[in-house]
Design a protein. Structure first.
Length: 369
């Protein structure tokens, strides 16, 4: 099923890339509306398949009857990633199904083996399949495990070298092989130093963009603080709080907030997809109406500013010490030099609108996405 959905996304992306005018984009959105994700329909299907009322479904998943009704009738989304996980437990989903639920409908990161909370979730989901009906692997048990290991995690330091050496795939495979609680406790204790550095690469990536956009570009110009830069974002205060939680507690910002960060930092489409990948999220998804429009806007902005990737690469080189980011910058610069030598480098466009201005123009013209 996942392969089929991936193929549909590829086909839709090819069609979207052919849209060069707003009218073509609107026609595309209308024609392919049936391919876009619909939370209300998903929830109605769950109730129909289980033959449950709002009240009984709510009891099964530990949500109120009114909450379930709002999801099924009004299409209201669960308020947090944790609510999606809780729903997944109520529906007895396996790890793959829960990851699709998180990403397809919530826009949240899939379960990540190097995150202390998610590692516990992966373990509990695995065990509940081996021990169906055992309350030791229920959602309340998951919460209990998290409280227990959160306290342990706070007392450990962060070892980046060790974290990089142990891959996510290896961590995940180890989790799937754990047979009992004793082995799980040993696993968690062994990897506490890794858990402390959750999302360190994402934080470093964002920090570099903040330095790049906030730094003084000319003599006599003052550098901008994060508070000043946050004015570029749709919800300045909300971003500052979310970014603080990410750095202090490893709590990921919501997907739309990361996308808005990319807009405010004038990223290219490739750069914002890299940002989402570091957050363990999928690239911008053409099957989501809002993200489909964002892809179109990024394409428009890059077509009008063909040197944006090169400008960003040069600016990033001045602030980063991250070898992976430096390598990508060098690859972009080399690519542009080759284009110039071959005489196929596009001239700078004549559209001086910023990505944020383009975004606001579309909001004004077409309303909330």
């Amino acid at each position: 099923m996942e392969d089929v959905m991936t193929e549909i996304s590829k086909i839709l992306m090819e069609e979207l890339n052919r849209c060069s005018r707003d009218e073509e984009l609107l026609d595309f959105l209308h024609y392919y509306e049936s391919k876009q994700r619909n939370w209300k329909e998903f929830m109605q299907e769950q109730l129909f398949d289980l033959e449950l009322s709002y009240e009984k479904f709510g009891k099964r998943c530990d949500f109120s009857k009114n909450t379930i009704r709002s999801w099924c009738v009004d299409g209201v989304l669960p308020r947090s990633r944790e609510h999606f996980i809780k729903l997944g437990f109520g529906l007895d989903m396996n790890e793959e199904q829960l990851n699709r639920l998180l990403q397809d409908y919530g826009g949240y990161a899939s379960l990540y083996a190097k995150d202390v909370y998610d590692a516990i979730c992966i373990y509990v989901i695995r065990q509940r399949k081996e021990h169906p009906g055992d309350e030791a692997y229920s959602y309340p048990a998951l919460v209990h495990y998290r409280e227990r290991y959160e306290a342990m995690c706070q007392g450990h330091s962060f070892d980046q070298e060790y974290r990089d050496r142990v891959t996510t795939g290896v961590m995940h495979e180890k989790l799937l092989l754990i047979a009992d609680e004793w082995e799980f406790d040993a696993f968690m204790t062994e990897h506490m130093d890794i858990f402390r550095g959750t999302h360190s690469k994402l934080i470093d990536y964002m920090e570099n963009y903040i330095k790049m956009r906030g730094g003084a570009r000319y003599e006599g110009e003052e550098a901008q603080s994060l508070h000043q830069l946050a004015r570029r974002f749709e919800k300045p205060q909300g971003f500052e709080v979310a970014y603080s939680k990410l750095k202090r507690h490893g709590i990921l910002p919501e997907r739309n907030m990361l996308i808005d960060f990319g807009i405010g930092m004038t990223m290219t489409l490739a750069e914002i997809n890299q940002l989402l990948e570091l957050a363990q999220m999928r690239p911008l998804d053409v099957r989501n109406r809002y993200e489909c429009i964002m892809i179109y806007l990024f394409h428009n902005h890059e077509n009008a500013n063909p040197m944006l990737s090169l400008d960003n690469a040069y600016s990033m080189k001045e602030v980063t010490q991250n070898p992976e980011i430096l390598k990508r910058c060098e690859e972009i610069i080399t690519y542009f030099y080759q284009m110039e030598e071959e005489g196929i480098l596009e001239e700078e466009g004549d559209d001086d609108k910023s990505l944020r201005t383009l975004y606001e123009d579309y909001r004004e013209r077409y309303g909330k996405f």
